[in-house]
Ligand binder design. Structure first.
Ligand code: DGY
Length: 436
């Protein structure tokens, strides 16, 4: 694609084609429903070109919120074939769960970037009455979402939120979880277990069958417990993830800003963010390896491999300057920015687990690039931010709006016309070249 204007027009076209009437599908064929953190990223792109759609995107996601405050990973699209995606509504059976909404949803969650997306959408148009109404309507829903995480998901009891399934991390088959998934011998996934992802993408670019068996086992156990979050013993996977907790810290600070706009009390949200900062340092800073890590709550062990998720705590505004500098240096090192032509790889290039084309085990993704870019700007690391933004635009310019990219060759991989790649490109372009 030659010019910024053409790239921008092509990105808008992807979003328009994936619009379902009330939300944006991540990709029409492979992901024909509404995904939670996808929607948040997508609304940030819509806010650049059609703020009414950004508002509708986020409002429709919250129609899937449970009475506990849980915002589900997927809100199923009634216009799509229920068998088109596995696991679909028949697997999750949300209608049978206490407190589930009228819409069919999955029962797990995804990283909480929604308050940032709502604030961004509001600020794009903050003088209009529609923007005020939107903010007023979403505020209690965001509060309930954050309360659910802080109150029901602190399974380690030390002030951090735990995820109970690798899909909740958003980085499904990241090597961070390799040592944390229990042995799956003896689990029979049953006749409904049929992978649909492999109809669209080469097996070598997706999680393995062994990964899927573990995913289905954990999801089945959680579903059969009625999606109970009562204790450690029920779960086969309980992990405090640096990306998830750093995003919640950032989201709590965004919620404080939303509260201020509405003349509500921001203090509880700030306190929640401060609590996360203290717990992040206490529990997820791996002092031996000088990097943030994921903690297996059942064993207390910290992960060792460096992944892009370990860079996201750079979003924490209270990081000790020495630690901030170490995270920036890791991001700029030959493991990430400095070691390939199309950064950022999702797993350190020198790690034994690095696999340049397999989903979250090596490829570069536009959404994690966007998170590191945001964090780097906030941390004053202007050069890192600029290089990540330019790399992201180079990736979609040469590879198209693909789901992920080989960080060494730049080849586009996974789904085509992928919504968050298009949406976040709009945001990168507006910041890099506001007049373009
Ligand atoms: C998938 O199906 O690969 C999704 O990432 C799960 O949310």
């Amino acid at each position: 694609m030659s010019s910024t204007a053409e790239l921008r027009a092509a990105a808008v076209e992807v979003l328009r084609e994936n619009w379902s009437g009330s939300a944006t599908l991540p990709s029409r064929r492979q992901y024909p429903h509404q995904w939670s953190w996808d929607s948040a990223f997508i609304s940030i792109g819509w806010a650049r070109v059609d703020v009414a759609r950004a508002r509708q995107e986020l409002s429709s996601l919250f129609l899937g919120q449970w009475s506990s405050g849980r915002v589900p990973q997927i809100v199923f699209n009634t216009d799509a074939d229920p068998e088109a995606y596995f696991p679909g509504p028949g697997f999750w059976r949300s209608a049978a769960a206490t407190g589930a909404p009228a819409a069919a949803t999955s029962g797990i969650v995804q990283p909480p970037i929604h308050s940032r997306a709502v604030l961004t959408t509001y600020l794009a148009d903050d003088s209009s009455p529609e923007a005020r109404r939107f903010l007023r309507a979403l505020y209690p829903q965001l509060r309930a979402w954050h309360n659910y995480l802080h109150e029901h998901r602190d399974l380690g009891g030390a002030g951090l939120v735990a995820i109970v399934h690798p899909w909740e991390s958003g980085l499904d088959n990241s090597p961070l979880w390799d040592t944390m998934l229990r042995d799956d011998h003896g689990f029979d996934a049953g006749p409904g277990f049929e992978r649909r992802d492999l109809l669209h993408v080469r097996a070598g670019h997706r999680p393995t069958d062994a990964d899927y068996l573990a995913y289905v086992k954990l999801a089945t156990q959680y579903r059969d417990s009625g999606y109970a979050d009562t204790g450690l013993a029920e779960h086969g996977f309980v992990v405090e993830d640096p990306l998830f907790n750093a995003l919640l810290l950032d989201a709590d600070l965004c919620l404080a800003r939303i509260a201020e706009q509405l003349e509500e009390d921001p203090a509880p949200h700030r306190r929640a963010a401060e609590g996360l900062h203290a717990a992040l340092m206490d529990r997820l800073w791996n002092a031996d390896r000088r990097q943030f890590a994921a903690r297996d709550v059942r064993t207390g062990k910290l992960s060792e491999v460096a992944t892009v998720g370990c860079l996201v705590p750079l979003l924490d505004p209270w990081l000790d300057p020495r630690i901030r500098q170490e995270v920036i240096e890791l991001a700029c090192s030959a493991d990430f920015l400095g070691g390939c032509d199309y950064p950022l790889p999702s797993t350190a290039l020198t790690a034994a687990e690095f696999d340049r084309q397999r989903y979250w085990r090596g490829p570069a993704w536009i959404n994690t690039n966007w998170l590191v870019w945001l964090a780097a700007r906030q941390a004053g690391a202007a050069e890192l931010a600029d290089r990540v933004a330019r790399s992201s635009v180079a990736l979609v310019s040469s590879g198209g709006f693909r789901e992920y990219f080989d960080p060494i060759s730049g080849e586009g991989l996974g789904a085509e016309s992928f919504s968050w790649s298009a949406a976040l490109t709009l945001d990168f372009l507006d910041q890099l070249d506001p007049a373009g």
